[in-house]
Design a protein around this ligand. Structure first.
Ligand code: TXA
Ligand code: MG
Length: 298
């Protein structure tokens, strides 16, 4: 990585495809490997406060509160960019998205390089996010030279992205429920999906399996419409489908979040004509799960 290489590595959310954030040429290689459009900015990963100070030009008080409370962990903050972060990382913007991952391997990598690492999720642009090293290899093949394999990630959904100025706003629901953020700093505005300028790169069609997916409860799907179709259930499977996966028989959103992309990968591999995914309630982690399902269905 210090020589400009790109490496896939695990975080607690999903696997990332990393380059040293201050190396514009290496960062360009990340965009190329993913087939990612240059207008979609990357998240910069930092080890600690010292590394953060080299990435952002200021840390507002509300950001400080969130950092103390939730870092290291699945919270990304959009702050003002330090000059040494090249514009290719931020898609030309004066803000930079930054987070400190909690995964031991991600932290060891940051500690060894002693440099901030820009890393999007390690999948081809628009495809399902990888929660296992095998997913990275499946999606990127030999476009990535090295994958650090630490098995399945624990959270399974990308980080929550929050902007703090001019007022706190949720740009992407993720593995840290927005309710927990609000308990720490007060109300956080929910940016609606169509406001793309606030969350650049948040294209509607994203996180998608190759198989067509729609959001549907089995109870609303006549038996004859289930043949050859795969079902992703919340707590139960349903009869008549060609295959099914259950997110959490216990009804745990945490388990459901951890299993979501893995279940979609498995169902996608079966090459059914369609995937019916059951909706979940949108409180807590349910908001991020439904966000990913809606985008997969677009
Ligand atoms: O959990 C995660 O966040 C994973 C792991 C690897 O850390 N990373 C991840 O990165 O999900 P990616 O590239 O798939 O999603 C990053 C998103 C961009 O699509 C964009 O919406 C948002 O972060 N973003 C990045 N920089 C931004 C900025 N300056 N302002 C607003 N949104 C930004
Ligand atoms: Mg991604």
């Amino acid at each position: 990585m210090r020589g400009g290489g790109i490496v896939a590595f695990p975080t607690e959310t999903v696997y990332g495809l990393g380059a040293v954030a201050t190396d514009a040429r290496a960062v360009t290689r990340v965009f190329e490997a993913k087939g990612r459009p240059s207008f979609d900015p990357l998240i910069v990963h930092v080890l600690d406060d010292e590394m953060l100070a080299g990435v952002v030009s200021a840390v507002p008080a509300s950001a400080r509160v969130l950092i103390e409370r939730f870092w290291p962990g699945p919270l990304t903050l959009v702050l003002s960019r330090a000059q040494r972060i090249p514009l290719v990382v931020t898609a030309g913007m004066e803000t930079v998205a930054v987070r400190s991952p909690s995964h031991d391997v991600a932290r060891a990598l940051l500690a060894q390089t002693r440099l901030p690492i820009a890393a999007p999720s390690a999948n081809a642009f628009g495809a399902l996010s990888p929660t296992r090293a095998e997913h990275v290899v499946h999606s990127l093949g030999d476009r990535v030279a090295l994958v650090l394999d630490a098995g399945a990630t624990t959270l399974g959904l990308e980080s929550t992205i929050v902007r703090l100025e001019p007022q706190p706003a949720l740009l992407r629901p993720g593995a840290l429920p927005v309710e927990e953020i609000e308990a720490a700093i007060g109300p956080v505005e929910r940016i609606v999906r169509h406001e793309c300028s606030a969350a650049p790169g948040r294209l509607e069609h994203h996180y998608a399996p190759r198989t067509r997916l729609r959001i549907a409860r089995a109870a609303d799907v006549p038996l004859e419409q289930r043949a050859g179709v795969a079902y992703l259930g919340w707590t139960e499977s349903a009869e008549g489908y060609a295959a099914s996966r259950v997110l959490s028989t216990q009804g745990s959103l945490r388990e459901a979040a951890a299993r979501l992309f893995e279940c979609l990968y498995e169902l996608d591999a079966l090459e059914c004509t369609r995937i019916d995914a059951e909706p979940v309630d949108e409180g807590g982690l349910g908001l991020a799960i439904m966000d990913r399902l809606r985008r997969a269905a677009t």
